[in-house]
Structures are given as structure tokens and as C-alpha cells.
Design a binder for this molecule. Structure first.
Ligand SMILES: Cc1cc2nc3c(=O)[nH]c(=O)nc-3n(C[C@H](O)[C@H](O)[C@H](O)COP(=O)(O)OP(=O)(O)OC[C@H]3O[C@@H](n4cnc5c(N)ncnc54)[C@H](O)[C@@H]3O)c2cc1C
Length: 427
């Protein structure tokens, strides 16, 4: 009978963070990943914010294969005929250490797996965890590749839909309301071309977000991140959009976006080198699973740890941190010599005390506020309409600025804006 102290199902950032931490503390750890190698099946936008996790993995960042550090932020509201974009550049974004980087998961996760292996973790790729083994009412191991493997604790890190989390009784069958579908293309471009087109120098990077007609006015948005020698271009759409009878095809939306005046000149001459699709948890605090049970813990997207704040999309730091804190909980249980739910409950406490659950609590109203459909069609059209009028110079006399803006803002409109602003105070 094969027996390990810890078995981790899934080698994304959550699983690898746990394996790296546990192996570093001398805990016998087996990680099982269904992809050809860790990173091969993992999708992100991707931009990673290091400040929240820098101290959890102090030895990791100096040699990590990160792409560019982000010094330029862009946000655009897009309508079919026009767009309104603002850019932010700040000296603090150039300070060392940088707060965020673009990242390609196929490279990063593969490297992270090697770091975990160097510390003693055992990683088996190309193998799917098919089932959980239950003994005496607790999770006691997994069935993988047709074999039964036993462990004191199983860490479930199998990503957004988490069938294993459901089998463990920690998640219910996911509601489409709590998820979005993302598609992404990586487009290879010369580093010098990227620097010129995005006003960057050296390893500086840019991050752009887009809302509005990119998703035909539905919940979601698009993103563009510059990597060292490529850009990551993607689009995200709420999973329940089509249940309203709309039938939007996400890959076609991405193609339209790529051909739009906002994007086409930026990626001209580029070569598509990677295409991927994945779901993202969007349920926020209300969409989180139960985090622990007898002999089992849930981390990363599997637990629902991704947070869309509108101006940032974050899941990677939560995956890394929840993997780290799950490992700490295992070590606490190891010291106690008990792996029951009551002992592993310290995982919840660790997360409550960390930025992870503090963030999820602070932004608990985000999904409800971001569900406001006016954010995705009406406001982009209003902003673009006002700017169209302001920039227009007629043959005859030009109206006063106040009258120009006022003509777009009826009393009913102002009332709705105030109502929506009240909603934003909950963010
Ligand atoms: C389009 C898109 C854009 C995003 N943009 C950003 C961003 O810019 N910034 C950010 O911070 N976050 C972003 N996110 C979210 C972020 O990517 C995720 O939160 C993060 O990848 C979660 O990591 P994870 O380890 O929990 O899950 P995953 O990376 O999904 O890893 C799960 C792993 O489990 C493996 N697996 C699944 N089932 C099994 C099984 N039965 N047996 C064995 N292995 C299994 C999978 O192959 C995979 O390797 C984005 C997500 C998407 C889809």
C-alpha cells in the first residue's frame, strides 16, 4: 500500500506553493498533475502582484522567470464607434522591488515545480486524480492512474470547477453565476517593437484593461499584458451571459477585439504562439467553498480564491498564499499528530489573519456591484458620447462646455448615476 504524508491534487500555483513549502519543511509530499508538466494546462491573464506573497516565499523571486515589471496602466471604455482610454504612469511603479509583473504560466509553473522538486517534493505529471478514497468517514487518499495512494492529508488544488472539492463535500456543483470564461492568445512580437509601441524601456511592461463593447456590453472585459517578447491578449465573459439567450461566442469576440482599432496596431506583424481557455471564479466571498474537512484541505481557485475588483483581476497571489497557509496547517496538524477537521481548521484561521480572507471580506460586495449592466454598455457610451461632443468643432458657433456636457446628462441620468455611485461606496 503506497502511503505519503501529504498528497496534492493539481500542480498549479496553489498546489506548487503547498508542495514547495511542505517539502522545504521536510514533509513527505506527492503532487499529482494531470498535464504533461506543471504549467501546461494553466491559464492566467496574467499579471501577478508580488507584495502580498513576497515574504511567504523569500527565496523564490530573485530567480523567478517573470516577464516584465508593470510601469504603465491603461483602462479603456469601448463602444462600437469610439473609445475612451486613460493611462497611468507613476514613478513608484519603477521602484525596486516592483509591485507587479506579467507572467507566462507555462514557463513559471514549470520552473516552480523544479524548485519544489529540488526541495524534495515528488511530482508525478500526466496523471489524473480520478477519485478520493474515504475511510472511516474521512478522506484517506486518492485514486490516480488506477492506483490507490494513501495520505494523512489530501490537498485539493484542482482549479476553478474543482470536481474533487465536490467529491470531498467541500463544494457544491458550481453555479454559472459564480464563473466567467476567459480565452487568451499569446502573440509573439519583437521586444524592441513592444517597447516602441507601448512607450516602454528595457524590461518595463504595460497592462491594459478594456470594458464595454468588447463583451457586447455584458459582464466581463478584455486585457492586454506585455511580456518580454510577446503580448497576452484575452477576453473574459460571465458564464451565465448566454443563459439569457444571447449566444455570444467568446473566441469570436476575441477575434473582433484583435481586429479593433484599439488593438490591431499594437499587435500588427505578431505571430500567435499559444491559445488557451479557462474558467475564472467570480463569486467573491459568497462563492467560497468550505476550506477544510477530515483529512482534506481546499486551496486556490478550487476554493474560489479569485477576486475581480474591476480595475484588477487577482487569483495568483491568493492561490500562492492559500497553498502556503494550507501547508502551514498540515504542519500544525503534524505537530499535533491529528489530521481531523477540528485540527486542520487552523487553515481557516491562518487565512482569516492573512490578506486572503481580509481581502475577500473587504470586497464581499464586489460581485453584486459589478453585476450592474450599466457599467458595461451605458457608461462607456455616455463617456464616449460626452467626449465626442467636446472634441467636435461645428461649422457654426460651438456650445459652451457646460451645456455640451449637460445635454447628455438628463435629470433621470443624473439620478441613475447617483444611485450607481451609492453602489460604488460598497466596493
Ligand atoms: C483568462 C484568465 C485571466 C486571468 N488573469 C489573472 C491575472 O491577470 N492575475 C491574477 O492574479 N489572476 C488571474 N487569473 C486567475 C488566476 O489565473 C487563477 O486564480 C490561478 O491560476 C489559480 O491557480 P490554481 O493553482 O488554484 O489553479 P490552476 O492554475 O487552474 O491549477 C489547477 C491544476 O490542477 C490540475 N488538475 C485539475 N484536475 C486535476 C486532477 N483531477 N488530477 C490532477 N491534476 C488536476 C490542472 O491541470 C492544473 O494544473 C486569470 C484567470 C483566467 C482564466
Amino acid at each position: 500500500m503506497e502511503r505519503f504524508e501529504v498528497i496534492i491534487a493539481g500542480g498549479g500555483l496553489a498546489g506548487l506553493a503547498a508542495a514547495y513549502t511542505l517539502a522545504g519543511a521536510g514533509v513527505e509530499t506527492l503532487l499529482i498533475e494531470r498535464g504533461d508538466y506543471p504549467g501546461s494546462k494553466n491559464v492566467t491573464g496574467g499579471r501577478i502582484y508580488l507584495n502580498p506573497v513576497r515574504d511567504l516565499f523569500p527565496d523564490l523571486w530573485a530567480s523567478a522567470p517573470l516577464e516584465r515589471y508593470i510601469v504603465r496602466e491603461g483602462a479603456a471604455m469601448v463602444t462600437p464607434e469610439r473609445s475612451v482610454t486613460f493611462f497611468y504612469r507613476g514613478d513608484e511603479l519603477k521602484e525596486d522591488p516592483p509591485q507587479s509583473y506579467s507572467v507566462l504560466r507555462a514557463r513559471f509553473d514549470r520552473w516552480f515545480a523544479e524548485e519544489a522538486e529540488a526541495r524534495g517534493a515528488m511530482i508525478i505529471p500526466k496523471t489524473k486524480v480520478q477519485d478520493l478514497i474515504r475511510q472511516n468517514g474521512r478522506v484517506a487518499g486518492v485514486v490516480a492512474g488506477g492506483d490507490e495512494l494513501f495520505a494523512e492529508v489530501v490537498l485539493i488544488c484542482d482549479g476553478a470547477l474543482s470536481p474533487l472539492g465536490e467529491k470531498a463535500g467541500l463544494r457544491t456543483w458550481p453555479s454559472p453565476r459564480h464563473f466567467a470564461l476567459g480565452v487568451k492568445e499569446v502573440i509573439a512580437l519583437d521586444a524592441a517593437v513592444i517597447n516602441e509601441r507601448f512607450h516602454l524601456e528595457g524590461r518595463e511592461g504595460a497592462a491594459h484593461l478594456y470594458v464595454g463593447d468588447v463583451t457586447r456590453g455584458r459582464f466581463g472585459g478584455a486585457f492586454l499584458y506585455t511580456n518580454l517578447e510577446s503580448v497576452s491578449l484575452g477576453l473574459v465573459l460571465g458564464l451565465d451571459t448566454n443563459s439569457a439567450g444571447e449566444n455570444l461566442h467568446v473566441p469570436s469576440l476575441l477575434e473582433d477585439f484583435k481586429a479593433s482599432p484599439e488593438i490591431a496596431p499594437l499587435v500588427r506583424g505578431g505571430q500567435g504562439v499559444e491559445y488557451s481557455a479557462h474558467v475564472i471564479p467570480e463569486g467573491g466571498y459568497g462563492g467560497l467553498g468550505t476550506l477544510y474537512g477530515d483529512g482534506v484541505l481546499l486551496a486556490g481557485d478550487a476554493a474560489g480564491f479569485a477576486l475581480n475588483l474591476g480595475f484588477t483581476v487577482r487569483g495568483m497571489e491568493y492561490a500562492l498564499a492559500s497553498g502556503y497557509w494550507a501547508a502551514q496547517a498540515v504542519m500544525e496538524a503534524r505537530r499535533a499528530g491529528r489530521y481531523d477537521g477540528a485540527t486542520l481548521a487552523c487553515y481557516q484561521r491562518f487565512l482569516e489573519e492573512s490578506f486572503v480572507l481580509k481581502d475577500f471580506r473587504a470586497f464581499r460586495n464586489n460581485p453584486a456591484v459589478l453585476a450592474n449592466p450599466r457599467l458595461f454598455r451605458h457608461y462607456p457610451e455616455l463617456a464616449a458620447g460626452i467626449l465626442k461632443d467636446i472634441y467636435h468643432v461645428p461649422a457654426g458657433p460651438k456650445a459652451r462646455l457646460f451645456d455640451t456636457v449637460r445635454s447628455r446628462l438628463s435629470l433621470g441620468e443624473l439620478f441613475m448615476i447617483i444611485k450607481d455611485l451609492k453602489g460604488f461606496t460598497k466596493l
